[in-house]
Design a protein around this ligand. Structure first.
Ligand SMILES: *Cc1c(COP(=O)(O)O)cnc(C)c1O
Length: 393
């Protein structure tokens, strides 16, 4: 045998490993320092009661002969697919249950979906970028081209018809920049994709954080999007499922260039996947009930309050930033013209606050740092107090 040597081409884990290493070293040398971590992209609030109640009930059902469940549908249980369709209906979008595929999370499907495409395809990603899009395609040996996301375009690159692409990754609201496309901007991407006969893979992990009415909650609010967009969604950030694991992917039946991708994806899933646990799907289903929606909205509002605390402090410091409004991420330009790692070190040493250096997400991230709102109010306030003190504000 010969191993896949493409593994040597990915720079995987360098960023978070380096952040952890520098933090651990500082902590070891300064054991008294109370370090506040605002770098990690993981939620902190627990699952809401509607979800845990539903999962407790499902566990009990699994222990009784009459209600025990074996293998489920490859696509996911009808009850959950119907609830997801109902959620989309709330945005004025009609989906058939056969267009919904329940997954164990977005990252899994972002990698797996590539089974549908020829390795000759050219992939378009933005820079800075969520590293999963790049690494999964490097492993498959695909050519990757980059669209620059910079302050010049508010970190929202628009299509360039001089560039040819077959597979386009968009993440809106964006990780790491927090920028989000409006309906009109997304329509331009849809038009470009149709002109190039390309598919858009839209990562909607942060959909639930949208507050701007011009930003669509789903690409299918945009005309013709069903002809070219696969939407990859997750309950991780929406409902705190990072450790529970559940998401869903929408593959419209109208998405048909040379093959019907909905049929192909069902075939792929039935070949390599045996579904998500019944217990988890019951928990996921509870997210879409009125009680579940109330619970998850409360948690999201808590994080949004943190984002507000951060934005107010950054305004007071005169620091330029992006995101925060439709996203749990704040992407700020390092003050004083410092580089990402220089400011990371300064923030760690002088404020005992940990961020994520922007250049870890691509060359255009140089000079930026990402902070997250997935913390407590107390820690967020304290971190901002220290930042202001550090900058003499
Ligand atoms: C957190 C995150 C996800 C969610 O991944 P899961 O596998 O569902 O936990 C997807 N995309 C982006 C950009 C993320 O930041």
């Amino acid at each position: 045998m010969k191993a896949n040597k493409n593994f040597y081409k990915i720079e995987q884990n360098y960023l978070f490993a380096e952040v952890a290493e520098r933090t651990a070293k500082y902590s070891h040398e300064h054991p008294e320092a109370e370090i506040i971590k605002m770098g990690i992209g993981d939620v902190t609030l627990p699952l809401c009661e509607a979800v845990t109640d539903a999962m407790h009930k499902a566990v009990s059902e699994m222990g009784v002969r009459e209600t025990f469940k074996g293998y489920g549908e490859y696509r996911g249980y009808d009850f959950l697919c119907e609830s997801i369709c109902g959620y989309y209906k709330g945005f004025g979008v009609d989906l058939e249950t056969e267009e919904v595929f329940v997954s164990e999370g977005a990252k899994t499907d972002l990698g797996n979906i590539l089974d549908l495409f020829d390795s000759d395809n050219t992939v378009l990603v933005t820079d800075p970028v969520y590293p999963v899009y790049v690494d999964t395609n490097i492993l498959a040996g695909r050519k990757i081209v980059y669209a620059d996301a910079t302050e010049g375009n508010d970190f929202l690159p628009m299509p360039d018809y001089a560039v040819d692409a077959d597979i386009i990754y968009l993440c809106s609201p964006n990780n790491p920049t927090g920028a989000a496309y409006t309906r009109a901007q997304l329509k331009e991407w849809v038009d470009y994709a149709l002109a190039k006969k390309a598919v858009i893979l839209l990562d909607s992990a942060y959909e639930a954080f949208i507050t701007d009415p011009d930003v669509p909650h789903t690409a299918y609010e945009v005309e013709d999007a069903k002809k070219c967009v696969i939407e990859i969604c997750s309950l991780s950030k929406t409902a705190g499922f990072t450790g529970t694991r559940c998401g869903y992917t929408i593959v419209p039946k109208e998405l048909h260039f040379d093959e019907n991708l909905n049929k192909l994806w069902l075939r792929r899933q039935s070949t390599k996947f045996n579904g998500v646990s019944y217990i988890v799907q019951c928990g996921a289903n509870a997210v879409f009930t009125p009680k579940g929606q109330k619970g998850v909205r409360e948690n999201i509002a808590y994080y949004q309050e943190n984002a507000k605390i951060m934005m107010t402090a950054l305004d007071e410091c005169g620091i330029k930033y992006f995101g925060g409004k439709n996203s749990p991420y704040i992407w700020l330009r390092c003050p004083g013209g410092l580089g990402s790692w220089e400011f990371f070190d300064k923030l760690l040493e002088e404020a005992n606050v940990v961020g994520t250096p922007g250049e870890g997400f691509g060359k255009n991230g140089k000079g930026y740092i990402r902070l997250t709102s997935f913390s407590t109010h107390e820690n967020t306030e304290e971190a901002m107090r220290r930042l202001k003190k550090m900058l003499g504000k």
